[in-house]
Design a protein around this ligand. Structure first.
Ligand SMILES: CCCCCCCCCCCCCCCCCCCCCCCCCC(=O)SCCNC(=O)CCNC(=O)[C@H](O)C(C)(C)COP(=O)(O)OP(=O)(O)OC[C@H]1O[C@@H](n2cnc3c(N)ncnc32)[C@H](O)[C@@H]1OP(=O)(O)O
Ligand SMILES: NC(=O)C1=CN([C@@H]2O[C@H](COP(=O)(O)OP(=O)(O)OC[C@H]3O[C@@H](n4cnc5c(N)ncnc54)[C@H](OP(=O)(O)O)[C@@H]3O)[C@@H](O)[C@H]2O)C=CC1
Length: 497
């Protein structure tokens, strides 16, 4: 019998960010392994014309939850959507809901965040710092609370090369930052943002670091733990391999490469690609929740959920495997044949961006205009180039994360828990994982049918023939011009003939 699964039985659990990528996988695992849990409260905001209930039921009715419905048929009754906006005071939660949350919650998993790299500092602070502070305040008023688990990121201290499982202080206290955001106007915030974030690449990593300091400073007597996942990718094993539902991290770039838009990317092939599957993060999170509640460590423990030090894979190997998978499982209606490569310096990056990204987009838009259609490729390409510039920082460096706490936890688990809540990335076979990841992107993100693979292969063959035809025509024109101008070329021609 799994001790962790038994621990969550009968519990009332509060999850923020449950509608996000990680939040969904977390809920799924909780319901599947502890179907006798009492209730999961999820803080949700209405979005895109959907009510809270509709949003939550849409998640429960998705493929991800198919297994859950078998083991927990009354899952709809065990989830309670609470209307909340983490940008508002008291999260805009009604009095009755707040009372219910405060008096019943046993465990809090705080996953909500803005993960956009380029978010305005005011918004990133509001969500990643102030909201965390408010949630801690709420947690301190929960008499039945056993553990508060905060999800941060392994990149919160990416300005360091070696990162330990400790909370690092920030030069400016989070409280001062929170206060200043209230009275500074946007223009001044824009001006001071580069100074505040210092040698971090963006507001996301900076505000996640501030969030950790807030957790440590304002956690009071709560049992708290911080989890730092690296780049969260599709699921490895559970509930099935390759599940992914948003474009963050590598997923969007896999689409761009598979559809033939992405031709070159500035990356260091030997740099460690510190990906971690979503189900591994969730297994560690649930194990940490149990350990924190039952063993009550004296201080706030930080757990790194990374792969680089235990089972490293580099971007070169990953890129090659992604491309190899496209051969077997191509995406439908590709713009060009998938053929991306890495560049390693500024000059070649600019060159290939102009030749392989911008020029084809301009030509294609010209063609769309000629045929009376709306041009769209340049806009899409600009967005892709923007994304590439944002992720460059992370794919040209390697970090070392110590994993003492994570390894300590692994050894504290019973063999059964090690199996049910497996977070040992040493067992991960990267080639198999990446293949499933690409397959998952095709099935769950692009919603493409496997039956369309023969047609997709045909389409790629047609693109290849067009490519050969285009190159041959280009060569003949160049050769013809050369013959017209150079005696040597004419002699060679006559020689060949
Ligand atoms: C040896 C040779 C081999 C060669 C091989 C070569 C092989 C090549 C193979 C290639 C694969 C292998 C390499 C992989 C590298 C992976 C790097 C990952 C690093 C991640 C590090 C993460 C570290 C930190 C981890 C963390 O801790 S945090 C989690 C990570 N956080 C993020 O990943 C957020 C990032 N993103 C943003 O920060 C914003 O996205 C922003 C970028 C500002 C844009 O922003 P903007 O331009 O405004 O666009 P959006 O608003 O995003 O989108 C607006 C609208 O376009 C839609 N759309 C967005 N994209 C796409 C897309 N692609 N396709 C289609 N649609 C899209 C969207 O659906 C929305 O549609 P709508 O809703 O309007 O209808
Ligand atoms: N994905 C990754 O690669 C990594 C993620 N992490 C961390 O993991 C956690 C989860 O990330 P992930 O699931 O990928 O992110 P997502 O962007 O998929 O999910 C973010 C969640 O936060 C919610 N949220 C955002 N703003 C608000 C708000 N104002 N009020 C209420 N809820 C809000 C979103 O709700 P809504 O659906 O309404 O938008 C969504 O449920 C984050 O803390 C992130 O920093 C750490 C390392 C890597």
């Amino acid at each position: 019998m799994s001790m962790i699964a038994a621990f969550y039985g009968g519990k009332s659990i509060l999850i923020t960010g449950a509608t996000g990528f990680l939040g969904k996988v977390l809920m799924e695992k909780l319901f599947r392994t502890s179907p006798d849990l009492k209730v999961i409260y999820v803080l949700v905001r209405p979005k895109q014309g959907q009510t809270l209930q509709q949003r939550v039921f849409q998640i429960l009715d998705s493929k991800l939850f198919e297994k859950v419905k078998e083991v927990c048929p009354n899952v709809h009754e065990k989830i309670r959507a609470i209307s909340a906006d983490l940008n508002q005071n008291d999260f805009a939660i009604s009095k009755e809901d707040m009372q219910e949350l405060l008096s019943h919650t046993n465990i809090v998993f705080h996953c909500a965040a803005t993960v956009r790299f380029d978010d305005h500092l005011r918004h990133a602070v509001q969500l990643n710092v102030t909201a965390t502070q408010q949630l801690l305040l709420m947690a301190s008023q929960m008499p039945k609370l056993e553990a508060f688990i905060h999800i941060s990121t392994a990149f919160s201290n990416c300005n360091l090369k070696h990162i330990d499982e400790v909370v690092y202080p920030c030069p400016v206290e989070p409280k001062k930052i929170i206060d200043s955001m209230e009275w500074l106007d946007d223009a001044i915030i824009d001006e001071i943002t580069p100074k505040l974030i210092g040698d971090r690449p963006n507001t996301y990593t900076y505000t996640k670091a501030l969030g950790e300091v807030v957790v440590q400073q304002e956690g009071g007597n709560l049992n708290i733990a911080i989890i730092r996942p690296s780049i969260v990718g599709a699921t490895w094993q559970e509930p099935f391999p390759g599940w992914v539902d948003n474009l963050n991290g590598p997923s969007g770039l896999i689409i761009a490469a598979g559809k033939g838009f992405l031709r070159s990317i500035r990356a260091t092939p030997m740099a460690v690609a510190d990906l971690i599957p979503a189900d591994t993060v969730v297994n560690l999170t649930l194990a940490v929740g149990w350990y924190t509640a039952v063993h009550r460590p004296k201080s706030t423990l930080v757990y790194h959920c990374t792969s680089g030090n235990l089972n490293p894979c580099n971007w070169g190997k990953m890129g090659l495997q992604v491309l190899a998978t496209f051969e077997k499982i191509p995406f439908e209606r590709a713009f060009r044949r998938p053929n991306a490569d890495f560049t390693t310096n500024n000059i070649t990056t600019h060159y290939w961006n102009a030749v392989s990204h911008r020029a084809p987009a301009i030509i294609y838009d010209f063609y769309l205009r000629l045929t009376g259609r709306k041009p769209r490729m340049t806009k899409l390409m600009n967005r892709l180039l923007r994304t590439l510039s944002m992720v460059e920082y992370f794919i040209n460096r390697s970090w070392e994360w110590s994993t003492y706490n994570t390894e300590m936890l692994m050894s504290a688990l019973s063999p059964e828990d090690q199996r049910v809540f497996n977070f040992d990335v040493r067992q991960l076979n990267w080639l198999e994982y990446i293949e499933n990841y690409v397959l998952g992107v095709k099935k769950y993100l692009l919603k493409e049918d496997m039956a369309g693979i023969p047609e997709a292969k045909q389409h790629l063959k047609r693109l290849r023939n067009i490519h050969y035809l285009f190159n041959t025509a280009l060569f003949l024109i160049a050769w013809r011009l050369l013959i017209a101008r150079s005696q040597v070329a004419r002699n060679v021609w006559f020689f060949i003939m």
